[in-house]
Design a protein. Sequence first.
Length: 223
Amino acid sequence: MLSYPHCWLGGSYMHILILAPTPDVASQVQAAVGNAVSHCTVVATWADVLSSLKDKTPDLILADRAALSRLEPTTLLDLTEPDRWPPLMLLDIPANSVRDGIVLAKRLIRTASRPYEIGELRIDTRKKRAGLGERWVTLPPIQYRLLITLAKRAGEVVGYRELLKEVWGYDGTDKEARDLLKVHIRQIRRRLGITAEKHHYIRSVRGFGYMLLSPEEEEEDVL
C-alpha cells in the first residue's frame, strides 16, 4: 500500500483511495492527480481497499476500470449502496480526464450526500461524522456503517445477523452477531455521549436486534 504526501488545494481537504493494479498505472495516476486532491492512498488489490477502509473512510474511491472488472458480481452489487461505501468513480487509466473527473467528483459529493436527522442525532454522510446536539465526532468506519445502517431503517428493529451481514459482510451465528454488536453499540453510545442510564436513540430489543429512534418516538412507544 502506497501513501502519498498531503497536497493542499484552495484550502480544502480531500482524501481519495486509488485502486491501481500495477506500479506503472499507480505512477500515471499520481502524475495525473497532481495537486487536485489533498491526500491520496494507492492500493493494488480490492483486499487492500477493504483493509484501508477499516482505518479511515476516504472521500472518494477512484478505480481503474480494468481492475474493478475482476471483482465478483456480489462485490460490485455492494458498491451500489452509497451510504455503505464512499462514492466510487471508474476511469480508464491512464487518461487525461483524471483531474477533471476528480473535480466532478467533488461536486457530486457535495450535492448528492444527504444528512440523516433523528431527533438531535445527525449523521453527515459527506464528512462521515455523527453528532448529538452541537457536538460532532468521527466514528471508526465500521461503527459509522453500523450507525448508518440503523439510520436508514430508523424506527424499525434490525436483527443481529442482518446487521452482521450488512456491516461486516458475512454470515454468523446469533451469538456471534449479538456479542460483536454489543461491543460496538456500547462504543458508539460512549463516543456520542449517550448515557448508560438513558439509552435514547439506540434501543436494544432483547432477542431480536437494535433499533434507532428519537427520544420523542421512544416516549410515544411507552404511552
